[in-house]
Design a protein around this ligand. Sequence first.
Ligand code: ADP
Length: 176
Amino acid sequence: MTEPRTGVYPGTFDPLTNGHLDIISRATRVVDRLVVGVAVNAGKEPLFTLEERVAMVEDEVAAIPNGDGSRVRVVAFDTLLMDFVGEVGASVIIRGLRAVSDFEYEFQMAGMNSRLNPLVETVFLMASDRYQFIASRFVKEIGRLGGDISHFVAPKVETRIVERLAHARAAPGKGD
Ligand code: ADP
């Protein structure tokens, strides 16, 4: 019997979108076990805390087929991605690719990661065309301007965003 293959899908997930969820669900068909790695990413000044982002991903992942805890785990990390990959015993990094806009960045990151550990492959998955254009950054921007974000995120995520942005308006300066 071959060893189960573990993949890591890293990201900031600030917030988790339907695009991310689509990639997670595709990834469960590519690897036996998936670790969704939620990066601290303090440099990006996230709208949601690390704990909130982990909870958001956990909530939604539980609802997808193959999303039970034995197949998908959600784990926070604040180390070098390759160190995290080693820690969880993964051999594959999963990344999502949206049209050409992501290519350059992803190409460089995959190249540098493969220098750090040539035994770990980066696998790129494309979301369904319904979700291709969704980006967390624009979801936040549309939300801030009072637009309808229900097409881009799950209902519970939408509620969290609306609440957070209402707070941010009351006390400006955080998460901008
Ligand atoms: P990062 O902090 O690396 O930008 P993100 O949470 O924004 O993390 O994204 C994590 C991964 O998911 C990246 O590989 C990104 O390209 C991919 N991704 C995000 N949104 C989509 C989408 N709508 N379709 C496909 N891939 C996506």
